[in-house]
Design a protein around this ligand. Sequence first.
Ligand code: PMV
Length: 359
Amino acid sequence: MPFYATAEANPNLAIIKYWGKRLEPPIIAPMNNSVSVTLDEQLRTRTTVLFSPKFERDKVWINGSEMRTPEELEKALPQLDAARKLAGSKLYARVVSATLTPLAGGLAGSAAGLCALAAACNEALELDLSPKDLSILCRIGSGSSCRSVYGGFAEWLAGTRADGSDSYAAQWFGEDHWKDFRTIVAIVSHEKKKVKSRAGMKQTVQTSMLYQQRLRDLPARITALKNALQERDIARMAEIAMRDSNSLHAVCLDTWPPILYLNDTSKEVIDSIHEFNADDIKAGYSFDAGPNPTIFTVEKHVPEIQKRLKEIPAIEDVIVSSVGSGPRALPDKGALMGADGTIRRWRVDNKKHDIIVEG
Ligand code: PMV
């Protein structure tokens, strides 16, 4: 066993949102099935992990800062424990992670991060996990990360078992299924979100009546989405995405005390897309637990949407992503830490979407 590996994973963005847990951490199984598209490499996360008898506890660095508080470590540690259990190992780990995703702005950063960590553990501990089992290991860190195990479009199944063993992700369509599909990610705010999704969804399940209606609506919406994706029908796909995002933010507002993730800029984006769609639906917005909009569309509409987004002053940056692939192991020259545990010099180039290891 090498006890040392590096892997990269891409974020995924939910078209049908996961919101609410039926099984709490460290298992994590959702109340509803969710569906996502995996983005390309521009917002990827790279993670190097080393398990060693020299270490007295787990240590995690993200973008150069050591995670020290229980809150900062609440996602990585259960996943490391689960990986150790699978390997029959008691060795502590050092984890060094570099991400191109702005963290905690409702932009699925934890999805790429926890998928990259699971994939690196899979290599380092020679777990040889199937995609299904890798998605279960991801889920233990961050629920939404289990969908990043696949390129293309994937569904995370809620399952019904009390041990969560039937809650895993499965691929619907591969990354080549819809070549001109695009996800436009607009960065509105680099601020960290006020209510983390973990706390927010718990509050919703406990207090929102409207949430029960959302759960009833979802099976038909998921079937309709599968048909729209199968037929590469952007009008139907985009409408479903917008309706699901609106449903999520409606239940957030119906939560007590209410949660508002959207801001004035998000509202401008919503209005602008509906205006663009006045004659026929060509694009759909979607918001996770934050104000950053993502727009689903097809390649030919990208310039017009970019133009519209640029007219909104608070939009700082726009990233246009194709449909991306699942996680991959990297050769040691891309590692962020040496095999002896020394952290290498590296930097993230957000403009070029690159992670550069310098020494
Ligand atoms: O997996 P978490 O705890 O980061 O929750 C993510 C929830 C949403 O991003 C809002 C929706 C989703 O399905 O990704």
